[in-house]
Design a protein around this ligand. Structure first.
Ligand SMILES: Cc1cc2nc3c(=O)[nH]c(=O)nc-3n(C[C@H](O)[C@H](O)[C@H](O)COP(=O)(O)OP(=O)(O)OC[C@H]3O[C@@H](n4cnc5c(N)ncnc54)[C@H](O)[C@@H]3O)c2cc1C
Length: 439
């Protein structure tokens, strides 16, 4: 039997592929439900993810899986709307003409920004089209230095820096230029008239997890089961121990896929992962009214949250029984931060005041409900030298034969962690177990 530690999308994808290849699998999930970071809340209509989720057009593996599971018809590609909140004004920044009309960058700044996003290097006045082909060339280049050289100081300070503050907070200057270039490649093609499309599964990504669970079989997955120990014999993994309802059970295994955060891998095997992670505090607000025309609002002004997302400007409120759904979220670099120290109720009242500051017409009485999720490890800091710290899929040499890792510290989760990356990591481990190589 192959034991899988963790019933998030990576663990379920590993189990799915292993079963397809005829292997006997058991997934052990510590919490009461599968899904991990892609878990959902109920609404008056479809469920909604506790942390905001969408797909980019470059993510093919998840699209194939959605089709394979019979949900292809329900995968929708919708134009998103991005805006920037500056000096009390929401500036749409999605379509070419909106970017041209944006008053806080000069035409030259916009040209340099556009060239970088199009991956054209115009330094020296002559366009070069291959400078950014190999992002690993930029692994050791500090992002700020890179942006100052490849765009302009004003583009850095007015455009990138607020985004980096929201994404990486106090760690922003540790991030590599390779991450940024990887993100540029990761995003889909942008239509100059209509902007960029993002993918969303009608009914939410919880449906993908439900279908995966059904495909692997509920008997294959044990929830409320925390894996606490792995043992080895003669250099090969031999058993895993699970704590369940206060009882300990030990199961013999031929192999183990650890599909959880790298601290879980370290606890179970001693394998040290040097990647630093940040946490997230994220609230979902259900309201009676729409507050803006935008899906994704980046905020340059002072605000108590890093991003404000009006989900129902992407997926219509009719899907949620008429509820207008919003996310407010901030990344956390250290548990010492005030936000992390606050109770959920304190976060919510702090953020409610922040919403009121951004949108003076916001009426707190129009909030139907608010729910807050938090997790101390939700995204890696993609700092310089990151790729050297990635955890290999096959830990046969480093830990013991038969030990594999599919999680947020896997190569497939670079340059951005995603459901697609989780699936690819799970598949990679299954491929190595069954074929000895990644497909
Ligand atoms: C704020 C936020 C926004 C995001 N936005 C997007 C997006 O727009 N698009 C996108 O595609 N992705 C997005 N993601 C990323 C996506 O959610 C993750 O990449 C993906 O869910 C990771 O799946 P995983 O299975 O690797 O890990 P997880 O989901 O963390 O699953 C690991 C599981 O292991 C379990 N576990 C831990 N320890 C043990 C143990 N000892 N024994 C048994 N079980 C254990 C945990 O309970 C958990 O269920 C976002 C994530 C966050 C937090």
């Amino acid at each position: 039997m192959i034991g899988v530690v963790g019933g998030g999308v990576a663990g379920l994808a590993a189990a799915y592929r292993l079963q397809q290849r005829g292997r006997d699998v058991q997934v052990y999930e510590a919490s009461d439900q599968v899904g991990g970071l892609a878990a959902v809340y109920e609404t008056a209509g479809d469920p909604i993810e506790t942390f905001y989720h969408h797909l980019s057009a470059s993510e093919g593996t998840i699209v194939e899986l959605i089709e394979e599971l019979g949900l292809g018809e329900d995968l929708e590609w919708r134009y998103k709307t991005d805006s920037y909140y500056v000096d009390g004004v929401v500036h749409p920044m999605e379509k070419a003409w909106e970017i041209l009309a944006y008053p806080h960058l000069s035409i030259y700044d916009k040209f340099r920004l556009a060239m970088l996003v199009k991956e054209i290097d115009v330094r020296g006045g002559w366009p070069k089209f291959d400078t950014y082909d190999d992002i690993t060339d930029f692994e050791d280049v500090p992002i700020k230095e890179f942006l100052l050289e490849h765009t302009t100081r004003h583009v850095y300070e007015s455009f990138w820096e607020p985004l980096l503050d929201a994404k990486f907070g106090s760690r922003k200057e540790d991030v590599s230029a390779a991450w940024l270039l990887g993100r540029v490649k990761f995003r889909g093609e942008r239509d100059p008239i209509r902007g960029e499309q993002l993918g969303y599964l009608d009914g939410g990504f919880g449906r993908l997890l439900d279908e995966l669970l059904a495909a692997v079989g509920r008997d294959t997955v044990t929830t409320g089961a925390r894996v606490t120990e792995l043992t080895e014999s003669d250099g090969a993994v031999e058993s895993l121990t699970v704590e369940r309802d206060g009882e300990r059970e030990t199961h013999e295994v031929d192999g183990v896929v650890v599909a959880a955060m790298p601290n879980v891998l370290e606890d179970l095997t001693g394998y040290p992962c040097e990647i630093d992670f940040q946490g997230t505090v994220c609230s979902v607000w259900s309201m009676e009214e729409s507050l803006s025309d935008t899906y994704w609002l980046n905020i340059k002004d002072e605000a108590p949250f890093g991003v404000f997302i009006e989900h129902t400007n992407f997926v219509p409120p009719e899907r949620y029984g008429g509820e207008h759904l919003y996310y407010t979220a901030s990344y956390i670099q250290s548990p010492e931060e005030d936000l992390w120290q606050m109770s959920d109720a304190e976060v919510e009242s702090h953020w409610e005041a922040g919403i009121e500051d951004l949108f003076p017409h916001f009426d707190p009485d129009s909030v139907n409900w608010v729910k807050t999720a938090r997790n101390p490890r939700t995204a890696p800091i993609y700092e310089r030298g990151y790729l050297d710290m990635v955890v290999p899929y096959d830990l046969g040499e480093e830990v013991a034969e038969g030990v594999y890792y599919a999680g947020m510290a896997s190569r497939a989760q670079y340059p951005e962690r995603s459901l697609n990356g989780g699936i690819e990591a799970g598949y990679a481990c299954a491929d190595l177990i069954t074929n000895g190589s990644v497909r």
